[in-house]
Design a protein around this ligand. Structure first.
Ligand SMILES: Cc1cc2nc3c(=O)[nH]c(=O)nc-3n(C[C@H](O)[C@H](O)[C@H](O)COP(=O)(O)OP(=O)(O)OC[C@H]3O[C@@H](n4cnc5c(N)ncnc54)[C@H](O)[C@@H]3O)c2cc1C
Ligand code: SF4
Length: 497
């Protein structure tokens, strides 16, 4: 154990690891910064090495993961960092997590939500995410991240469709086991939502994401980009051809169908899906083009419909593009500032989060950009058919006789808000169904790819599925966990062939 009474002596410190909103708004660089080693050692020393460490349990409690879904060996690496055994800490961390640099940047840290030090009216959990991030960055710097190219190859070939975190984790595992892995990606760059969803300031594409992709390539994984797999694909990318040329196919195609808003004016110029906006912004940045992206917030009043993570990323992007104003409309009520009786520790805390995008909007506009319990009635336009504003109305949530929690519009609360750009960030409805059709697979009741209960095998014994296309819209940490588990299932199948 670290220092037995450190958690009493030293407070939790996370803000030290982030650049100030005012400063970071001037660029697209990572908003995280390295904590100095002494400060980190103190933070790691606060860990009590609990007898029952909920931080690494990953159990589903109250419908959400409590603790780390990858079962990272958190108390062990905290202790090793405290004792200055950084390389050993890295070895512990890499046993369970293929890409700690991704989770160290973007994970909402269910581990911290379940930490025993958070079970207090003034929760101060161990800063596990910062420790994780620092371990992996030190490992890259020191050259401890080894090339795991296998000594011999099995002669078996695996095609992975989609290069998001689930596809990358599966590729890493299967390649290390000796199989020959090719990842087919529809976009022009690999990485899935790590590349074209999460913006650069949250996860640096060149320094962090492409560093890992290059490492995977050096280990023998092949990436084929601009490869849209499906029935209408080029002959080399059809399901028939992939099944004929590979021993197994693993679908890691994500949950890419956005939820739409069927109200008047939806088809106006200026109303777009958030993902189209975010991917255009990142692509322009990476292509290093001088012109602005086709979808741009510069000088505009921007309204984002949706108060979740995707909405936050749109806020941060719009502010950097120089929008006139940015607001978020959320139909759900504002979350409480502290845990409520129905959401006890170690459940994932369902509390109000002021994320990086909101912090930046507060710094620039003086107020949180979110308005709650509000929905959109219609989009308004000028004579040229260009968006000019949104008509909104407040809702009230009540329980119906059948126990359903339902919104009712409140008469007299209608408003018209100016907007020249509206972004729909209301979640996703599972994978694109034409991919399932092309592989002759069925969907489950939530329109995700149907697999054997709790497993990754589909109705075709040579086709497997993992990540958001199997479990629905989720988190990077779950995608990595899914990719690892699917790789195990594929390997078992290949060994039995
Ligand atoms: C804007 C945004 C921000 C997010 N922020 C966070 C965050 O901060 N933290 C967090 O933990 N989670 C976050 N998430 C969720 C997280 O990114 C996803 O849960 C995770 O990326 C899912 O991984 P995946 O591998 O299943 O799929 P994806 O990352 O979606 O990758 C799927 C890939 O498959 C490709 N593909 C699809 N169909 C085909 C085809 N037919 N042929 C070839 N390729 C195909 C797609 O182009 C894509 O690259 C965010 C999601 C969004 C949308
Ligand atoms: S629950 Fe918190 S204090 Fe306990 S072992 Fe895990 S990180 Fe350390």
């Amino acid at each position: 154990m670290g220092e037995p009474t450190a958690f009493l002596k030293y407070p939790r410190k996370v803000s030290l690891a982030e650049r100030q909103p005012g400063e970071r708004l001037a660029d697209w660089e990572d908003f995280h910064k390295d904590l100095d080693e002494r400060a980190l050692t103190i933070q790691a020393s606060r860990c009590m090495e609990c007898g029952v460490p909920f931080c690494h349990s990953g159990a589903l409690i109250g419908g959400m993961a409590s603790g780390c879904p990858l079962h990272n060996l958190i108390p062990e690496f905290n202790d090793l960092v405290y004792r200055n055994f950084w390389q050993k800490a890295y070895l512990r961390l890499s046993k369970t997590n293929n890409f700690p640099e991704f989770t160290g940047h973007v994970c909402p840290a269910p581990c911290e939500g379940a930490c025993t030090l958070g079970n207090h009216p003034m929760p101060q959990p161990t800063t596990i995410k910062n420790v994780e991030y620092s371990i992996i960055e030190k490992a890259w710097e020191a050259g401890w991240v080894q090339n795991r190219t296998p000594a011999t190859r099995s002669g078996r070939k695996v095609a992975i469709i989609g290069s998001g975190p689930s596809g990358l984790a599966a590729a890493d595992q299967l390649n290390a086991l000796g199989h020959t892995v090719t990842v087919f990606e529809r976009a022009d760059r690999p990485g899935g939502l790590l590349m074209y969803g999460i913006p650069n300031m949250k996860l640096d594409k060149k320094k962090v994401l492409l560093r890992r992709i290059k490492h995977l390539e050096a280990e023998g994984v092949t990436f084929v980009c601009n490869a849209s797999v499906g029935s209408d694909a080029k002959p080399e990318f059809t399901p028939e051809n992939l099944l004929a040329t590979h021993d197994a196919v693993l679908l890691c195609a994500g949950a890419t169908q956005p939820r739409d808003l069927a109200v008047e004016g939806r088809s106006l110029a200026g109303v777009h899906f958030a993902m189209d906006y975010l991917s255009a912004a990142t692509k322009t940045l990476l292509d290093e083009k001088s012109e602005s992206p086709p979808l741009n917030a510069k000088g505009k009043d921007v309204i984002i419909i949706g108060g979740g993570d995707t909405g936050t990323d749109c806020v941060a992007t719009a502010l950097r593009q120089g929008c006139k104003s940015v607001h978020q409309i959320e139909i759900m009520p504002e979350a409480a500032k502290a845990r409520q009786p129905g959401n006890p520790w170690p459940e994932f805390p369902k509390i109000l989060k002021v994320d990086y995008g909101q912090e930046e909007a507060i710094a620039r506009q003086g107020a949180d950009p979110r308005t709650y319990e509000t929905t959109v009635k219609k989009f308004a336009a000028d004579a040229q058919g260009k968006l000019t504003g949104l008509h909104t109305v407040q809702v009230k949530w009540t329980r119906s006789d059948k126990g359903q929690f339902l919104p009712t519009e409140q008469v007299g609360t209608e408003k018209e808000l100016p907007a020249q750009l509206a972004l729909l960030a209301m979640g996703f409805l599972g994978p694109e169904q034409n991919l399932l059709k092309a592989f002759n697979l069925t969907a489950d009741s939530r329109s995700n790819i149907k697999t054997d209960n709790g497993k990754h095998t589909t109705s075709n014994p040579r086709i497997f599925a993992a990540g958001d296309c199997r479990r629905g819209q989720s988190l990077v940490v779950w995608a990595i966990s899914e990719g690892r588990a699917a790789a195990e299932a594929v390997d078992t199948f290949l060994q039995g062939k």
